[in-house]
Every structure is written in structure tokens, then in C-alpha cells.
Ligand binder design. Structure first.
Ligand code: APR
Ligand code: PHB
Length: 390
């Protein structure tokens, strides 16, 4: 088999890249380790920056989003028993965020790829990358035990943090920057009316909490938990009781509880690999970086990476220019690191750190007091939350 671009991974990064390339007339094949149902079953975050929505608009994969998504002009930060609204729209001169689950984005992208008749090979086992330090890279894999090979011009590693792409790069050629956080997020999805019209980020002595949503009838809640905690320790009743303890009186009284339809614990990590280009292999999305979910940047960074990468590939084919390929890593990383900083900062001001000291506790309190009392601080949070320019 031969194609122009092999994309490893059918998550949001790989699927969005495939559609952007198709719009540029560039052929791609996506290799996905799991099956379609598994990819569609993953529950992830749900806050889209305007830039991400614009990309989905540009490839005609946003009709359902515009029918079903919620537009949020603000969010609330709760600490000391008081909720403070951050007016994103006013602070950014009119920008908002779109609430639409990543699962739905993935579904819309899979449908768009199918509608274009593009090839996605699911259940691709033993994917391996070869000769990406030459102008004739190739990817080998197996489907139902049958060995296959695709020759291509370039490989896009969109296979997530645990994928094969970054692992295929010689260790000496890649530098990693990492921060692991001493807590996790216990997440619950429930078909209940959200406790508030907007998201509520909570700093409480018992730990962080987040009240989010997927629609007006489906809520998403998170509680900070210990790294060694387990969902089996959290029957629904315990989850709801603990969430109420971390909410203010009004929100606790309004909370609609119900059976969890998904419950999981995720660790929090900041991670960046540098560079993002290795010959004809390019990393994008979670294959290249991880952010703690506090700033809701994971999906949006994947989108900006593939926006830059698709432009680079367009120049490569349409203008026979390597310029975009040469600047992709630096261009993508400049935006990645700003989102890493914001996600780290949001995490640092909202969570309880087990081994913190009294000085750090006072600094955190001062951060929050300064934030809600300063238009400049609010503007800084807002412009990062709605998304810095692409
Ligand atoms: N071969 C083929 N596919 C692979 C391999 C492999 N060796 N390893 C992983 N994959 C697939 C995974 O099954 C997954 O479908 O690559 C895909 C990677 O998708 P994501 O992990 O979702 O990463 P990305 O597309 O970059 O999207 C980032 O997803 O996980 C969230 O929080 C994250 O919001 C962020 C977004
Ligand atoms: C979510 O809705 O899952 C969500 C929202 C905002 C975040 C993280 C997760 O910061």
C-alpha cells in the first residue's frame, strides 16, 4: 500500500488532521490500534476553544455541534464558601467557550471521514514506524495476524501519550519535560440536570471539585482524590455526599444526584516532548504533550497542533516547500508551552497539595484573592481559558 500521509491514531488529533488534509487534497490513511466502538466510548473533557470550533467548521464537521452545544460566556470559581463569576466574554472583548463532549467531536469526525470515503484501519496491531529519517518512510502493522506495510511521504504520530510514535524515536533525539501531580481526578458522568448554568471550579480544604456538563440533561463532576484511590471506594452515594461537602450551601442544595453512567479516576500530569519533528515523523496531540485537565486544554492543543501540521503538509505538497515542516515543531511548541503554563497555574491555585507548607497555602490564598479582585488577573485567566490566538 502507498499513501501520502500515514496518521497513527484515530483520536481527535488524528481524525481532525485527516479531515484538514482531505480539504487540502492530501491523501491519508489512519491506523488505529483499537476498534471504532472503543474509540467512541472514551469519556474525555468537553470545553472547546473558538479556534477548535473554527477548525471543525472549516472541514464541515460542526453541524451537530452548532445544534447541540452550549455556549458559555463565563465560569465560576468557588473558594471560602463564596462563588466568584469570571465574565469571560467581557474580559476578552466578546469571546466564549463551547461546551460539547470530546466523545461527540470524535463521533462527528469519524462520520465526516466515513462520508469522504477515507481509509481508517481499526484493530491495527503491532504498528511500527520505519525509515522516517529518510524521504521514504514506511509503517508496518498487522490486521487479523496478516502483516501489512504502507509506504508514504510523512508520518503523523497522533497516537497519544502511550503510543508507538514517540517511543520510536531514539531516546537521545527527544527531550522530555514532566511534572506529575500528587493527586488524581475522580470523574462521574450522570444523566442529571447540571447544578449550575456554567462551570464551577472549587478550591476547598477537602480538595478540588469541578461541576461541568455535557448538555442541560447530562452532568460531569470531578473530585480531587488520592493517587492510590480507586473507583470501588466511591459508591455513588459517597461521591454525591463528598461533592456536596465541597460546594457552597446554595449549590449543594440544588445538586441533582442520580446514578453514575461513567466513573473513573485519572492521574494528572504535565508533559512536553521536544522537538516534535524527527525527519519525516511529526508528533501531535497527546503523543507530544499532556496537560492536567484543569485548564481544559488537551483537546484544544491537539487541534492547534494539527492545524499547524496540516498547513505544513499543504505547503510541502502544493508549494513543494519544506518551510512548514521545518518550523512546525517550534511553532506548535510555542503555543503548547503557554497552555502548559496556564494548566499548571490553574492546577496550582485550585488543588490541595498533600505535602504543602503553610507559606504555600498562604500564597495560594493570595493568588485566589488577587485573581477575583483584579480585572487584569481576570483578563489574563479569561484570555487563556478561551484560547490564545492560533
Ligand atoms: N497504534 C495505533 N493507534 C494507537 C497506538 C498504536 N501503537 N497507540 C495508541 N493509539 C491510538 C489510541 O487507541 C487512540 O485512539 O491513538 C489514539 C490517540 O488518541 P488520544 O489519546 O485521544 O490523543 P489525541 O488524539 O492526541 O487527543 C488528545 O484526547 O485523551 C484526550 O485528554 C486528551 O483531550 C485530549 C485528547
Ligand atoms: C469536562 O467537562 O469534562 C471538563 C471541563 C473543564 C475542565 C476539565 C474537564 O477544566
Amino acid at each position: 500500500m502507498r499513501t501520502q500521509v500515514v496518521i497513527v491514531g484515530a483520536g481527535p488529533a488524528g481524525l481532525l488532521l485527516g479531515q484538514l488534509l482531505h480539504a487540502y487534497g492530501i491523501e491519508s490513511i489512519i491506523l488505529e490500534r483499537k476498534d471504532r466502538a472503543y474509540v467512541l466510548a472514551r469519556v474525555r473533557a468537553g470545553v472547546l476553544e473558538q479556534g477548535t470550533v473554527d477548525l471543525l467548521d472549516s472541514i464541515g464537521a460542526s453541524d451537530r455541534l452548532h445544534r447541540e452545544a452550549l455556549i458559555h460566556d463565563g465560569l465560576e470559581i468557588l473558594f471560602g464558601g463564596v462563588r466568584h463569576r469570571i465574565d469571560l466574554k467581557t474580559a476578552t472583548g466578546g469571546k466564549s467557550v463551547t461546551i460539547y463532549g470530546q466523545t461527540e467531536v470524535t463521533r462527528d469526525l469519524i462520520d465526516a471521514r466515513d462520508a469522504c470515503g477515507l481509509t481508517t484501519i481499526y484493530d491495527a496491531d503491532d504498528v511500527s514506524l520505519h525509515d522516517f529519517d529518510t524521504h521514504a518512510p514506511k509503517v508496518r502493522f498487522k490486521v487479523q495476524g496478516v502483516a501489512r506495510e504502507i509506504r508514504c511521504d510523512v508520518i503523523a504520530g497522533c497516537d497519544g501519550f502511550h503510543g508507538v510514535s514517540r517511543a520510536s524515536v531514539p531516546a537521545a533525539a527527544v527531550r522530555s519535560f514532566e511534572r506529575e501531580y500528587p493527586f488524581g481526578w475522580l470523574g462521574v458522568l450522570s444523566d442529571t440536570t447540571p447544578v449550575s448554568d456554567e462551570l464551577i471550579y472549587v478550591n476547598h480544604p477537602r480538595g478540588f471539585a469541578l461541576c461541568s456538563m455535557r448538555s442541560r440533561r447530562r452532568s460531569r463532576y470531578y473530585l480531587q482524590c488520592a493517587l492510590d484511590d480507586h473507583v470501588d471506594h466511591w459508591p455513588d452515594d459517597r461521591f454525591w455526599d463528598e461533592l456536596k461537602r465541597r460546594l457552597d450551601t446554595d449549590a449543594a442544595s440544588r445538586l441533582v444526584t442520580g446514578p453514575s453512567i461513567e466513573k473513573s479516576i485519572a492521574p494528572l500530569r504535565s508533559f512536553v516532548a521536544e522537538p516534535l519533528r524527527f525527519g519525516r515523523l511529526f508528533l501531535a496531540g497527546d503523543a507530544a504533550h499532556i496537560v492536567p485537565p484543569t485548564g481544559a486544554k488537551g483537546l484544544n492543543l491537539a487541534a492547534s497542533d494539527v492545524h499547524y501540521l496540516a498547513e505544513a503538509f499543504r505547503e510541502f505538497y502544493a508549494e513543494r516547500s519544506d518551510a512548514g515542516l521545518a518550523t512546525y515543531s517550534e511553532r506548535a511548541l510555542a503555543r503548547v508551552w503557554k497552555a502548559e503554563r496556564f494548566s499548571w497555574w490553574m492546577t496550582s491555585i485550585l488543588h490541595r497539595f498533600p505535602d504543602t507548607d503553610v507559606f504555600s497555602e498562604r500564597i495560594q490564598q493570595a493568588e485566589l484573592d488577587y485573581l477575583v479582585g483584579s480585572q487584569a488577573a481576570i483578563a489574563a485567566l479569561a484570555e487563556n481559558y478561551v484560547g490564545l490566538p492560533l
